[in-house]
Structures are given as structure tokens and as C-alpha cells.
Design a protein around this ligand. Structure first.
Ligand SMILES: Nc1nc2c(ncn2[C@@H]2O[C@H](COP(=O)(O)OP(=O)(O)OP(=O)(O)O)[C@@H](O)[C@H]2O)c(=O)[nH]1
Ligand SMILES: [Mg+2]
Ligand SMILES: [Zn+2]
Ligand SMILES: [Zn+2]
Length: 369
């Protein structure tokens, strides 16, 4: 029987093992239209991903292959998690030119201009030592914003007959971006999209501009140091912001601190009140409390903190660090959001699961004093 590939996720189709990628019941192969594996079918129709996970080595192999095959790379990042979606690419891009696409721009906080984030991303690329992109485009794959401008860029930056690889860490919206480009061209079928990280498992080719170029959708790299990389697929999907990033002002008096999403504790060691603005998904619970209660709350994880499942919780190993933030700097935590410190130098004790990437960087958005 001929194998072929799943049109949704790029897995090699097989009818032998339902727990392995690309499973399709033998009878379903007779259906007309594009063939999709059972996992793609279930996630699209029932929003269930099951437990078949992509093999990390195969993902890296596929990403390298897509880069080799392409003349232009499109690096998709989530503007709300630059820390978690950009630095990991420094070793991959090689000599190929790339466009940097800031996706999910529909989630920008109210009153924030797109240019603020685009300008910031340009300086962040320099700050982390990544080579400069040919251009930075802000888009929303979901809401199809900025897609026409991106298409024009793609056309200008490529010769006829060349391939374009769509790269990014898992869940940044690569497949959604491919789909939004295809939609603009009137196509009625595109790659599988879901809120669970690891949806795309292999490479899939999509012809655009009436056959002038081919987009290659790729599986998401798992940097391993975001919260979503450390949690089970279900808990990870709950951290995905769905509504506009919320900007919230906090005054933290001496002896007080914050618990962010039941996953990070921040105790103020500063002798005066610290003013902090949190930028995070409105669903993420941020709680202000006494420093003395923070560790116990992290350990106990009461339900009202919206904790992760028991199995994810048992895997957490807490580490504690003392950090200092200068005025106009952000504490960015990979996969959770960021806290912006504006007026005074703040000293904090941070409790965080070991292995999670965090960084202190110049403030991204908002009025700098
Ligand atoms: N708000 C918002 N959500 C988006 C956007 N693009 C994608 N998403 C959501 O992000 C989640 C992941 O989207 P996908 O397109 O499957 O992401 P991916 O990068 O292909 O993920 P993998 O295949 O797992 O690597 C889905 O819940 C999408 O609806 C966007 O522009 N705005
Ligand atoms: Mg995908
Ligand atoms: Zn599939
Ligand atoms: Zn879990």
C-alpha cells in the first residue's frame, strides 16, 4: 500500500500502529480529498490531541532539511514571548536570509502601537547577537492581519521556483500563518492547527503565488526551557493566551510579593514600595501576598491559584535566586509573560522551577520615563 504523507501534519501515513504518528485506518485511505491522519482528524473535529508526541530528533532533522531546501527562511515568533521563541534559533539560521515574523499581534495590549514591538524586536535581535533579518513583519495569522504585506515581501525576496521554510518554536502559529496565506489565495484546505504544542510533526509543501513558490510548514522546535515545554500537552495549552495581553499595575510594599500563575514566586527585598506592570494572559492568575506565605503557596498549590495537574506538579524542582532590576527593565519569563519595572531599582527573591529560561531585558513597551 502506498504510504504518502498526512496533509495536515506532514507525518508519513501508516495503518499499523495507532499510537505512532501518521496513523490512518486502512479504510479511511479510500476517502476522496486530502488524506489526514487520525490525530489531525481528532484534534480538528474534537479538540483532542491524544498522547502521540513527535520525536525531538526527527523534528530537528526535519527543520534542518527544510532550511537546506529553501532559499528564504521565515522565522515566526510570538511577540508576547520573544524570550521563549527567538534566542533558540541562533544556531540554525546559517547563511540563509530570513524574515522575522512577529505573530499574534492581535493580542497586543490595548493602546500599544505595533511599531513599538517591531522596533523593540529589532533591538532585541541585536541584543541577543542574532544576525539581522531582511525585514520584520508584524502579523496575526489568526485574524489575517498584515498577511498581504507579508506576501508582497515574500514575493520580492524570492526568485520564481524557490522554496520558503516557515520556522518557529512550537505553538507560535506557523501552520496558522501558512493557512492565512493560503486563504488569501482562495485555497480551501491548509495544515492542521491546534492549541496543543507539537501539532505539526513533519514537513508539508504548499504551493503559493500560482505555483511560483512553495511554502514548507515545519514542526515546532521545542526549546525545552519554556513553561509549556516542561508541562504536559494539556497544561501547556492552558498557558496559551487567547485574549489580549493584559497590562496591570501593582504596588508592592516592603515584605510583600507576587505569585505568577502558581509557577513563579517573587518576594520584594526592596525597602520602599516597588511599582510593577505585569503583561500576561488575562487568564493567568497573579496574586499579591506576604513574602512569608509565598513558598508555602507554591508548595501547596491551592486550586484558586489555577495550578498545573498533579503529574506536572510533582516534576517541579524549585530554585531560588536574588535578582536586581534597574528602572525601565523587564523580567521576562519564558512562556508566562513579563513584569516591567519602571521607577526604582528593585531587589527580589525569585522562586522558579529549575531549567526555565528567564531574562532581564530593556523594557519592551509602554512609556519610558
Ligand atoms: N491570538 C492568536 N492566536 C494564534 C495566532 N496564530 C496562531 N494562534 C493560535 O496558536 C495556537 C498554535 O497555532 P498553530 O498554527 O498550530 O502553531 P504552530 O506553530 O504551527 O504549532 P506546532 O505545529 O505545534 O509547532 C493555536 O491555538 C492558534 O489558534 C494569532 O495570530 N493570534
Ligand atoms: Mg504547526
Ligand atoms: Zn496528521
Ligand atoms: Zn499537566
Amino acid at each position: 500500500m502506498k504510504n504518502g504523507y498526512c496533509r495536515g501534519c506532514g507525518s508519513v501515513l501508516q495503518s499499523e500502529d495507532r499510537n505512532k504518528p501518521g496513523f490512518i485506518p486502512a479504510e479511511a485511505r479510500e476517502r476522496s480529498g486530502p488524506l489526514v491522519c487520525q490525530r489531525c482528524f481528532r484534534v480538528t473535529h474534537y479538540n483532542e490531541i491524544g498522547s502521540t508526541n513527535p520525536d525531538p530528533n526527527l523534528i530537528r532533522e526535519n527543520i534542518t532539511k527544510a532550511i537546506t531546501l529553501s532559499d528564504l527562511l521565515v522565522l515566526v515568533v510570538d511577540f508576547s514571548d520573544l524570550t521563549g521563541s527567538l534566542p533558540v534559533w541562533s544556531g540554525f539560521l546559517g547563511d540563509k536570509p530570513y524574515l522575522l515574523v512577529l505573530n499574534k499581534i492581535d493580542l497586543l495590549p490595548e493602546r500599544t502601537k505595533t511599531e513599538e514591538v517591531t522596533n523593540y524586536a529589532a533591538s532585541y535581535v541585536q541584543h541577543i547577537g542574532l544576525k539581522a533579518p531582511k525585514a520584520i513583519c508584524a502579523v496575526s495569522g489568526l485574524k489575517e492581519k498584515g498577511i498581504t504585506a507579508l506576501k508582497e515581501r515574500l514575493q520580492k525576496a524570492t526568485a520564481s521556483g524557490t522554496k520558503i521554510a516557515i520556522l518557529g518554536v512550537s505553538n507560535v502559529g506557523k501552520s496558522s500563518l501558512v493557512k492565512s496565506i493560503l486563504n488569501k489565495e482562495g485555497a480551501d484546505f491548509g495544515p492542521t492547527i491546534s492549541r496543543f504544542p507539537g501539532t505539526t510533526m513533519g514537513l508539508s509543501n504548499w504551493s503559493i503565488f500560482k505555483g511560483r513558490n512553495t511554502l514548507i510548514d515545519t514542526p515546532g522546535l521545542n526549546p525545552g526551557d519554556r513553561f509549556s515545554d516542561r508541562l504536559c500537552t494539556k497544561c501547556a495549552s492552558l498557558l496559551l493566551p487567547e485574549r489580549k495581553i493584559q497590562q496591570k499595575l501593582w504596588g508592592i510594599k516592603p515584605g510583600k510579593g507576587l505569585i505568577v500563575g502558581g509557577l513563579v514566586g517573587l518576594e520584594s527585598l526592596t525597602e520602599s514600595e516597588v511599582v510593577v506592570i505585569s503583561f500576561a494572559s488575562p487568564e493567568l492568575m497573579i496574586h499579591r501576598t506576604d513574602n512569608s506565605k509565598i513558598r508555602a503557596l507554591l508548595d501547596d498549590q491551592p486550586d484558586w491559584l489555577n495550578p498545573c495537574c498533579d503529574s506536572c506538579r510533582r516534576k517541579i524542582e524549585w530554585v531560588t535566586e536574588t535578582i536586581t532590576l534597574q528602572p525601565n527593565s523587564d523580567l521576562a519569563i519564558s512562556g508566562l509573560g513579563w513584569l516591567s519595572f519602571r521607577r526604582e531599582t528593585a531587589s527580589l527573591r525569585m522562586t522558579i522551577p529549575s531549567g526555565i529560561r528567564w531574562e532581564i531585558r530593556p523594557a519592551v513597551i509602554g512609556k519610558k520615563e
